[in-house]
Ligand binder design. Structure first.
Ligand SMILES: Nc1nc2c(c(=O)[nH]1)N(C=O)[C@@H](CNc1ccc(C(=O)N[C@@H](CCC(=O)O)C(=O)O)cc1)CN2
Ligand SMILES: Nc1nc2c(ncn2[C@@H]2O[C@H](COP(=O)(O)OP(=O)(O)OP(=O)(O)O)[C@@H](O)[C@H]2O)c(=O)[nH]1
Ligand SMILES: [Mg+2]
Length: 464
C-alpha cells in the first residue's frame, strides 16, 4: 500500500501538467511549460512533427486540433530525468500576445492526459523527484519575488543549498551520535560508567549551542526576505507624514497643520542600498475622544510593537522634553529624530548636554528639517547603515522563514530533554536525539512533512 502511494507521485503515474510560466500580460515572448509523461506527445500533436533532439531549440508551427494556426514558436524538449522537474518537459517559447497564449493553453487543455498546473506544481514535482530539497525550493520562490539585490543574493545562496548543507550537517552529526547511543543500549560499554549518553553529551550540547546561536541572529534572514520594518511614530504634528514623503521622495501621505491628520497606517517600500525596507507612517499618539482616531492610534502602537526600527519623532521646539507617550518606545530599537529644526535655534537643539537633557538609550539621534532639507541626507545614510548592519549576510547563512525557526526551536527543545535524560535513562535520551534529528529533517523535507507540502508549494506562482 505504502509503495503504491509513492509510485503515484512519481513520473510514470502523474498527469502531464502545463501552465504559462512567464509573467501574465502582453510580452515579447511567453513561455508555456509542460511536464509529465505526455509532454512529448503533446508537442508532436501541436507541431505535427517529431520532437527535436533534447535540449536543442527548434522552430515549429503550432496548430490546434481544428488546424487553426496558433503561433510560429521556438520549442525545446527536456528528457526526464535531465530536466527541471525530473520528468519529460517541453517548453513552448511563444509570441507573447494574449490570443496566442490563450489559443495554445486551450489546445493543450483538449489533449488527453493534460491538465493545467496548480501553483508551485512544477517545483513540487522537482522536489518529489529529488531535484530540490525544501530549502532550495523556498529559495527559488524567494528569487522570483526578490525585489532588491540583497534579497536576490540571499535567495541564490539558499538555492545553492547553503541552508540545506547547514541543517543536513547538524542532522548528520545527531544521527551519528544516535548510532552510538543505540549501540550502547544493546551492548553497554563497561568502561563508560555514565554510558555513551554521558560521553556524547558535550558534543550534543555544543551542537545545541550552535543551533541556538543560529536562532538568535536577530531575524536577519527573515527581515531581508520580508522587508525591514521602520515605523515612524510620535505625537500629532511631529512631522511624521512629512518625513515619510521626504524619504519616499513622493507625495504619499496627506500633510496638514491639523492634529490627527493621519489615522490609517501608510506603508511604502524603499530600496536602501539593495536592502528592502518597509517604511510605515502612523497616526499621532495622544489622548483622543474620537473613535476613528483611537483606532488609528491602536494600529500605530501595534505597528510600533512589531517594528524592526522605530523612528521616534519629536519637534525641535519641544525638545529636549520627551512626551510621556513616547518614553516607553525609546530603546535600542529606536532612533530619535528631532524634526522641524528650522523652527528653532539649532544651537539650542543640538547642544547635547543641555540641563534637563533626558538620558535615553537609543540607536541614534538625528536632526532634520523637511522644510530646508537640512539633515535629511544624513538621516538617510544613518538608516542605510542601520539596515545594512541588520541584514548584511553573515558567513553562516541565516534562516529565512518562521517554518525554519519553529523546526529549530523544536530541535533545541528535544536536545534540552536529552540533556536532562542523558545521565538517567539511555533509552529516553536516545529517543530525544532521534526526535531532534527528525525536527531538523523537516526543514529540508527529508522526513515527516507530507502534511505541510501542500501549504508550502501553494504559496508559489502558477507555472513555477
Ligand atoms: N527556459 C527556461 N529558463 C529557465 C528555467 C526554465 O525552466 N526554462 N528555469 C527554471 O526554473 C531556470 C533555470 N533552471 C533550471 C534548472 C535545471 C534545469 C535542468 O534541466 N536540470 C537537469 C539538467 C542539469 C544539467 O544539464 O546541468 C537536471 O537537474 O537533471 C533546467 C533549468 C531559469 N531559467
Ligand atoms: N517649518 C516646518 N514645518 C514642518 C516640517 N515638517 C512638517 N511641518 C509641518 O508640520 C505640520 C504637521 O506635519 P505632518 O507631517 O502632517 O505631521 P504628522 O506628524 O504626520 O501629524 P499627524 O498625522 O496629525 O499625526 C504640517 O503643517 C507640516 O507642513 C518642517 O521640517 N519644518
Ligand atoms: Mg501624519
Amino acid at each position: 500500500m505504502k509503495d503504491q502511494s509513492v509510485a503515484q507521485s512519481s513520473q510514470t503515474f502523474a498527469d502531464t501538467i502545463f501552465a504559462l510560466s512567464s509573467g501574465a500580460g502582453t510580452a515579447g515572448v511567453a513561455v508555456v511549460r509542460l511536464s509529465g509523461p505526455h509532454a512529448f506527445a503533446a508537442l508532436e500533436a501541436l507541431s505535427g512533427k517529431p520532437v527535436p533532439e533534447a535540449r536543442y531549440a527548434a522552430l515549429r508551427l503550432l496548430t490546434n486540433e481544428d488546424g487553426a494556426r496558433l503561433d510560429q514558436a521556438l520549442v525545446i524538449a527536456f528528457k526526464g530525468s535531465a530536466s527541471f522537474t525530473g520528468e519529460d518537459v517541453v517548453e513552448l517559447h511563444l509570441h507573447g500576445g494574449r490570443a496566442v497564449v490563450a489559443g495554445v493553453l486551450e489546445a493543450l487543455d483538449r489533449i488527453d492526459g493534460l491538465r493545467p498546473a496548480e501553483p508551485g506544481e512544477f517545483s513540487r514535482r522537482a522536489f518529489d523527484n529529488q531535484k530540490l530539497d525544501l530549502t532550495e525550493a523556498e529559495g527559488l520562490n524567494d528569487l522570483i519575488h526578490a525585489q532588491t539585490a540583497a534579497q536576490r543574493e540571499q535567495a541564490l545562496r539558499q538555492m545553492d543549498g547553503a541552508l540545506r548543507d547547514l541543517y543536513e550537517d547538524w542532522r548528520g552529526r545527531l544521527v551519528a551520535h544516535l548510532a552510538h547511543l543505540e549501540a550502547d543500549i544493546d551492548f553497554p560499554d563497561e568502561d563508560l560508567p555514565e554510558g555513551v549518553a554521558g560521553a556524547v553529551r558535550p558534543n550534543i550540547l555544543s551542537l545545541k549551542f550552535e543551533i541556538t546561536q543560529h536562532l538568535v541572529d536577530g531575524r536577519r534572514g527573515e527581515a531581508l526576505r520580508e522587508g525591514f520594518r521602520i515605523v515612524i511614530m510620535g505625537e500629532p504634528n511631529a512631522g511624521k507624514s512629512t518625513l515619510l514623503n521626504a524619504l519616499a521622495k513622493s507625495d504619499v501621505a496627506i500633510v496638514s497643520d491639523e492634529e490627527g491628520t493621519t489615522r490609517d497606517v501608510i506603508e511604502i517600500q524603499l530600496d536602501l542600498g539593495g536592502y528592502p525596507v518597509r517604511l510605515i507612517d502612523t497616526a499621532g499618539v495622544r489622548e483622543s475622544q474620537g473613535a476613528i482616531e483611537q483606532e488609528g492610534i491602536r494600529r500605530a502602537l501595534a505597528r510600533a510593537e512589531e517594528a524592526d526600527l522605530r523612528l521616534v519623532l519629536i519637534r525641535a521646539d519641544d525638545w529636549p522634553v520627551i512626551p510621556k507617550s513616547m518614553e516607553r518606545w525609546l530603546d535600542e530599537k529606536a532612533m530619535l529624530v528631532i524634526t522641524q529644526t528650522d523652527r528653532t535655534d539649532m544651537f539650542h537643539v543640538k547642544h547635547d548636554k543641555l540641563p534637563g537633557m533626558p538620558d535615553v538609550k537609543v540607536a541614534d539621534v538625528a536632526y532634520v528639517s523637511a522644510k530646508t532639507d537640512v539633515g535629511l541626507s544624513d538621516l538617510f545614510s544613518h538608516l542605510e547603515e542601520h539596515v545594512r548592519e541588520a541584514m548584511a549576510p553573515r558567513e553562516v547563512p541565516s534562516l529565512t522563514r518562521v517554518r525554519h525557526r519553529r523546526a529549530l526551536e523544536e530541535a533545541v527543545d528535544h536536545l534540552d530533554r536529552f540533556d536532562q535524560n542523558a545521565g538517567l535513562d539511555a533509552v529516553l535520551a536516545a529517543e530525544d536525539v532521534r526526535m531532534a534529528a527528525r525536527s531538523l529533517g523537516k526543514i529540508t523535507g527529508r522526513v515527516g512533512v507530507e502534511d505541510i507540502l501542500d501549504v508550502i508549494f501553494s504559496d508559489f506562482c502558477i507555472g513555477k
